[in-house]
Design a protein around this ligand. Structure first.
Ligand code: MSP
Length: 542
């Protein structure tokens, strides 16, 4: 897939940064977003931060999917006009991303004027070149998924994806010639085994959809009117999925202002949930082929956070509101948990118990204690800061070697979006540092003047490795690295700046920590939580 050895390339003598374009799905604002939606966005944010730190020119796109029958119905039942309802929801969603420290570069709303015009241009081109033709649709429709199904695909009259009842639908429609692209789609999967990951998803697409025969897709609707008007037939509006998928290029200005498009397209990776693979890996590439545009380099489908075994969140006995959870435990605990607990690509259960236990063990115990113990010992024994003359005593290199290895693992795993493995590797290093304290017993060394140099070197090793850990966790956790550096007296600087102690490069360098008199104990970054009491108090919120 992506080759990320270097962050810059030479362009006619001028060094320009290599680009990295990453996207989340655009979310339906048909209800409050829950922790499941936050999952995709936090993952993309971590990847975007990582790439920025590696020196890439990153564009991270997210947004809202604002047309379609479901939105229209939701707005109506809230007694509002769709636009009024959507404007309020967009504010709420942006607020949520702010709370979770999501640093996106673009936020597209499909009701944005430029997007609607771009979608019209896309339809016009496809129609003019014969990729769209008029017909009549007769089949099944799932409104929650905004998806067409055939009798054979539905399971007992229900949507095979979400289980909702499908409706029998009959309307005049324009169709996109998806069937004409079957061979090219098959070849696309065969030529690039990493186009769609995990690989099992590609096999599903090939065996369940392409091989049995792809059908053309109805791409316009007439039974309601909340959508982009079709330029060549004003009775019709665009099918919401075509409208939505186009966002990945229209947000870059396609086709009317190509500056960003030329800079960032094709996307490096579209991160999506597994239920929308079909749209992204069949319809979207076929549309791009029809438009004669390059395909995204990769689609990564992550699994679902399950709430009591079910995808949906409502009344499953867990608090899944990311705002409440963040207020209670802090943004970093939530981000850490989402990325650490479940391999990206697999399903995993979300429970409040698992969240609290993870906070206690990994954050309060492992990382929190390591920092606390190190800082407390430095403050106690070296209030003026660690001296520079400890070097007479041989400095242990075992932690440094371990950190080098950890960094290699983080880089290798991040390139495959294996967030949990990256974090696992960092926490193995944290564990190694804690063990180093247990073995070297600095509190004993502190008793005798003759051991002072040895004590300084042990504490230096710990401080320097904590510095490196703070950098390595920066893509995942936004606040903790700052608090760690504050306590260790490390100056904050721009993480992309070369030579700064917060740059990615500095995570690979040894002995950059400088003893200083600003080391100070802070409040515990992650106070230990009483699990049973906390679960009771959370239950009261349900
Ligand atoms: N609007 C479409 C996407 C269009 S992209 C061109 C859509 N929106 S959605 O709001 O229903 O959900 C979008 C995404 O939210 C899912 O693909 C998935 O990434 C994420 N998730 C929603 N619930 C989730 C879980 N319970 N667990 C993990 N991810 C979840 O589909």
């Amino acid at each position: 897939m992506m080759s990320f050895v270097t962050g810059t390339r030479s362009d006619g003598g001028i060094m320009t940064k290599e680009t990295f374009y990453i996207t989340t799905p655009i979310y339906y604002p048909s209800g409050q977003l829950h922790i499941g939606h936050s999952y995709s966005t936090v993952a993309v944010d971590a990847m975007a931060r990582y790439k920025r730190m590696r020196g890439y020119d990153v564009f991270f796109l997210t947004g809202t999917d604002e047309h379609g029958q479901k939105i229209q119905q939701t707005a109506e039942s809230a007694g509002k006009s769709p636009q009024e309802y959507l404007d309020e929801m967009a504010v709420e969603i942006k607020k949520l991303w702010k709370i979770l420290d999501i640093e996106y570069d673009g936020f597209i709303r499909t009701t944005d004027d430029y997007h609607e015009k771009a979608v019209q241009a896309i339809y016009q081109q496809l129609y003019d070149q014969g990729d769209i033709y008029k017909g009549s649709y007769e089949g099944l429709y799932c409104t929650p998924c905004e998806a067409f199904w055939t009798e054979g695909q539905a399971v007992d009259g229900c949507c095979p994806d979400c289980g909702a009842k499908v409706e029998i639908t009959k309307e005049t429609s324009y169709f996109f010639r998806l069937s004409a692209y079957a061979d090219r789609l098959l070849k696309m999967f065969e030529d690039d085994p990493e186009f769609l990951l995990p690989r099992s998803r590609a096999n599903e697409m090939i065996n369940n959809f392409i091989k049995p025969g792809l059908e053309d897709v109805a791409v316009t609707r007439t039974s309601f009117d909340w959508g982009v008007r079709i330029p060549f037939d004003s009775e019709h509006i665009a099918y919401v999925w075509i409208d939505a998928l186009s966002n990945y290029i229209t947000a870059l200005g396609y086709p009317h202002d190509m500056t960003l498009y030329n800079r960032y397209w094709p996307a490096d990776v579209h991160v999506i949930g597994k239920e929308i693979v079909r749209f992204h890996s069949l319809i979207w590439p076929a549309l791009l082929m029809a438009l004669k545009l390059p395909l995204p380099k990769q689609i990564f489908a992550h699994g679902w956070l399950l709430f009591e075994g079910d995808k949906m969140s409502k009344s499953k006995g867990n608090v899944v509101d990311p705002i409440i959870l963040t207020e209670k435990y802090g943004v970093d605990a939530i981000r850490y948990f989402l990325l650490r607990n479940v391999p990206f690509g697999s399903d995993g259960n979300f429970t409040n118990r698992a969240l609290i236990e993870r906070i206690n063990s990994d954050l309060a115990n492992d990382l929190g204690n390591l920092l606390n113990r190190t800082v407390a010992m430095i403050v106690k024994s070296f209030p003026e800061g660690l001296p520079d003359d400890y070097a007479e005593e041989p400095v242990d290199v075992e932690l440094d070697d371990f950190a080098d290895e950890t960094l290699k693992q983080v880089e290798a795993t991040m390139d495959h979006l294996e967030f949990n493995h990256a974090l696992e590797a960092i926490w193995a290093h944290v564990g190694r540092c804690n063990k180093y304290i247990d073995v070297t017993m600095p509190w004993i060394l502190a008793r005798e003047e003759k051991d002072r140099a040895r004590l300084a070197s042990v504490l230096y090793s710990l401080a320097d490795n904590l510095r490196r850990i703070a950098v390595m966790i920066s893509p995942f956790m936004t606040r903790t690295p700052v608090r760690m550096r504050e306590q260790l007296g490390i100056p904050e600087s721009d993480s992309e700046e070369q030579g700064s102690l917060t740059s990615w490069k500095s995570a690979g360098q040894r002995d950059l920590y400088q003893g200083n008199a600003n080391v100070r104990r802070g409040r515990p970054m992650f106070p230990r939580i009483d699990v049973e009491k906390e679960l009771e108090s959370l239950e009261a919120l349900l």
